[in-house]
Design a protein around this ligand. Structure first.
Ligand code: UD1
Length: 441
């Protein structure tokens, strides 16, 4: 493999625009809000466009920081990415001369690892940073790497980078995962579309964003299909063509706004809402007692009021069609309003409950039992606080709590929600919320 240009051995955190949200809570939200395109679908679709040299066009792409990171990474590779109109991106990966995804990209966004499969399949080699760094156990990528090896790639790991190569085309194979992995499924599927022969992926993640990616790959001429609930089969092709695609709606953003209505006792209508992809979440809301009506591509939510009226329930996250782990934090906020004891079982990740300490700062009665279990006793009135967002979903959930709390909150680390929510304060303002962002230099 050709030697890469020198790495940035001494990695320094890129400067972050410091920003906070100031929220005055206690106002019921009402009105209509449009749901943006899915973050998790968009990132994979943009990466998938590198499977061909022809132009691909995506509409309904959310204008969020993670999309910008993916665009920047693609441009660094030599891919042409145009942005002819808001929410529209065009990608042409004709001349890719630099098959290197640096630590800067991986550190900003773990999903940059989705470039492993397509770049390896199309160009036969790539050097890509390990997004977990050397923090073994937290957010590993071993399943992605093993899947590529099954498809015939040689992969060495040195100094925080995976050096992947495939002397000829990748070879179709049986890819068996020990459990469900969303991006692992997607990476294997993307690589298999250009491999020689037949690939079976099992268990294949069933998340709607995976099926959105399948639709785009089919439009590119790929022979890929979900042949059973947990099986995806691919017959590799020598080349794929450019295609257009409209990104599906973001079910996590939709869930966030639904909880906002429920928490503040308002009445909100979500437009372009993916109700069909929110089954488990809507089922929990029904148990808790939130009034939700799905009509066409709209969802109408009527909250019970600031003073509660909700019933405690136990929740457990699971791969789709189970309750999404990304909706666990918003749901936890809601459960602080429900009468009785709710148990949370976070079954997917081991670092998704720590943020509940922040919710406790706002008055919630929370006990974190271990990395996967917590108990919330409600209902408790929440009060404003000064807090810092620890990640994207926890950050959005702190905003939800602040919107329903008595008094003011100052929530630092706004860049966390910018990663995944388009224009979040504008959308909340349009619903009557008092939320503004303040620059912190
Ligand atoms: C995707 C989503 C994320 C969501 C998650 C679960 C994107 C960009 N992100 O993340 O928002 O919360 O699905 O629905 O689409 N694992 C390994 N080794 C691996 C890969 C995963 O052990 O190589 C483990 C993970 O630590 C986790 C489990 O498998 O415990 C499932 O993770 P996975 O489905 O892979 O999550 P992502 O695809 O990274």
């Amino acid at each position: 493999m050709a030697e890469a240009r020198p790495f940035h051995w001494e990695y320094q955190e890129p400067p972050i625009q410091r920003e906070a949200f100031r929220v005055e809570g206690g106002l019921p939200l009402s009105g209509a809000v449009s749901v943006s395109g899915s973050k998790n679908a968009s990132l994979k679709l943009l990466a998938a466009a590198t499977l061909t040299g022809e132009r691909c066009r995506f509409t309904n792409v959310p204008e969020i920081a993670d999309v910008q990171v993916m665009v920047d990474v693609l441009r660094d590779l030599g891919v042409v990415v145009d942005h002819p109109a808001p929410n529209t991106y065009e990608v042409a990966a004709g001349d890719v001369d630099w098959l290197f995804v640096p630590l800067e990209a991986a550190a900003k966004m773990r999903a940059s690892f989705i470039l492993l499969g397509p770049l390896l399949a199309r160009f036969g080699r790539v050097i890509i940073s390990n997004p977990g760094g050397d923090r073994i156990g937290r957010r590993p990528v071993d399943l992605h790497v093993n899947a590529m090896k099954r498809l015939g790639a040689r992969i060495d790991y040195r100094n925080g980078y995976y050096f992947a190569e495939s002397p000829g085309r990748l070879r179709g194979a049986e890819v068996a995962f020990p459990g469900v992995t969303v991006m692992g499924t997607e990476n294997a599927m993307l690589a298999a579309t250009l491999a020689d022969g037949h690939t079976t992926i099992r268990p294949a993640a069933r998340e709607p964003e995976v099926d959105d990616l399948i639709l785009f790959l089919q439009a590119m001429g790929a022979d890929v299909e979900r042949t059973a609930a947990e099986t995806i089969e691919v017959e590799g092709k020598r080349r794929l063509r450019g295609a257009d695609h409209r990104v599906i709606a973001d079910r996590i953003e939709a869930g966030t706004f639904i909880v906002a209505a429920a928490m503040t006792g308002g009445e909100i209508t979500l437009r372009d809402a993916p109700a069909a992809n929110l089954g488990a979440f809507l089922e929990v809301l029904a148990r808790v007692g939130v009034e939700v009506a799905c009509e066409g591509d709209g969802i109408r939510v009527r909250g019970a009021g600031m003073n509660g009226g909700y019933v405690a329930t136990d929740i457990e996250t699971a791969p789709y069609p189970g309750l999404a782990t990304d909706l666990q934090p918003p749901m936890a906020v809601l459960l602080s309003r429900a009468a009785g004891r709710s148990r949370i079982h976070e079954a997917i990740f081991e670092d998704r409950l720590e943020w509940l300490n922040d919710l406790r700062e706002m008055g919630a009665r929370v006990r974190i039992e271990d990395d996967h279990h917590a108990i919330i006793e409600g209902p408790t009135p929440l009060h404003g606080a000064e807090l810092k967002m620890s990640d994207l979903r926890a950050g959005a959930s702190l905003i939800l709590a602040a919107l329903a709390a008595h008094g003011h909150s100052l929530i630092h680390g706004a860049h966390q929600v910018r990663r995944g929510y388009e224009n979040i304060e504008r959308k909340f303002q349009d619903l009557g919320a008092r939320i503004t962002h303040v620059s912190e230099g």
